[in-house]
Design a protein around this ligand. Structure first.
Ligand code: PRP
Length: 211
């Protein structure tokens, strides 16, 4: 288990149950997609627990009372394609969120991320940003994403990953100490193709049936 102040392991029987479904090579695409969504609900709720809030006063049908509201708008940033598997959960809990997109594809030879589409709100400093990507392997895609978010002015950023490999976690937690990282599983290593072991295979392919 890695230790870093900005690393948060989302855990518990329900999380491990969802991970079991996701990791099993026998899980068909519809069940895989459903388990990814359910795990993402838990992870978004966990990451949201660190969001800044404002106090407000409202009236219930019975009395005036103090309540809290999340203090800034939220921007969800799925990293295409696999991050789309976490987006529905994000929008279920944060229906007013803006959605920005990062299109990255790892080069199969070098495992380096290649950017093919970026569509982000300009003034990202106004938002609480949640990056969604089921997989953190070498950390190359996430590092490129965080670099881009910084260019757009992002200040408050948390990243959510179902399965993260130790080398990738070490890289991004060191490179971005002000960013928080939420992972449901810490896997020990990468294979010669930079795939997470034991992992769950290629999340994009398993979500969208392109195996
Ligand atoms: C996968 C995954 C991450 C990235 C992780 O995407 O969803 O974005 O690889 O690897 P890294 O940490 O080594 O950069 P992939 O490039 O396979 O694209 P896809 O989501 O379109 O399948």
């Amino acid at each position: 288990m890695l230790e870093a102040e900005n690393l948060h392991v989302v855990n518990g029987p329900l999380v491990r149950q969802k991970l079991k479904v996701l990791r099993d090579e026998e899980t068909p695409t519809p069940e895989f997609r459903q388990a990814m969504k359910e795990l993402s609900l838990i992870m978004v709720a966990e990451a949201a627990s660190a969001m800044p809030t404002n106090a407000a006063r409202i009236r219930t049908p019975l009395a005036e009372t103090e309540v809290e509201e999340i203090s800034r708008p939220v921007c969800l940033v799925p990293v295409l394609r696999a991050g789309l598997g976490m987006l529905e959960a994000g929008l279920a809990l944060l229906p007013e969120a803006t959605v920005g997109f990062m299109g990255l594809q790892r080069d199969e030879e070098t495992a380096e991320p290649v950017e093919y589409y970026v569509n982000l709100p300009q003034a990202l400093d106004e938002y609480l940003v949640l990056v969604l990507d089921p997989m953190l392997a070498t950390g190359g895609s996430l590092s490129a994403t965080l670099h881009k978010l910084k260019e757009y002015g992002a200040e408050w950023v948390s990243c959510l990953h179902a399965v993260a490999a130790v080398p990738g976690i070490e890289r991004v937690t060191n490179e971005y100490p002000a960013v928080n990282f939420y992972v449901a599983a810490e896997d020990p290593e990468l294979d010669e193709n930079a795939f997470i072991v034991p992992g769950l295979g290629d999340a994009g392919d398993r979500l969208y049936g392109t195996l």
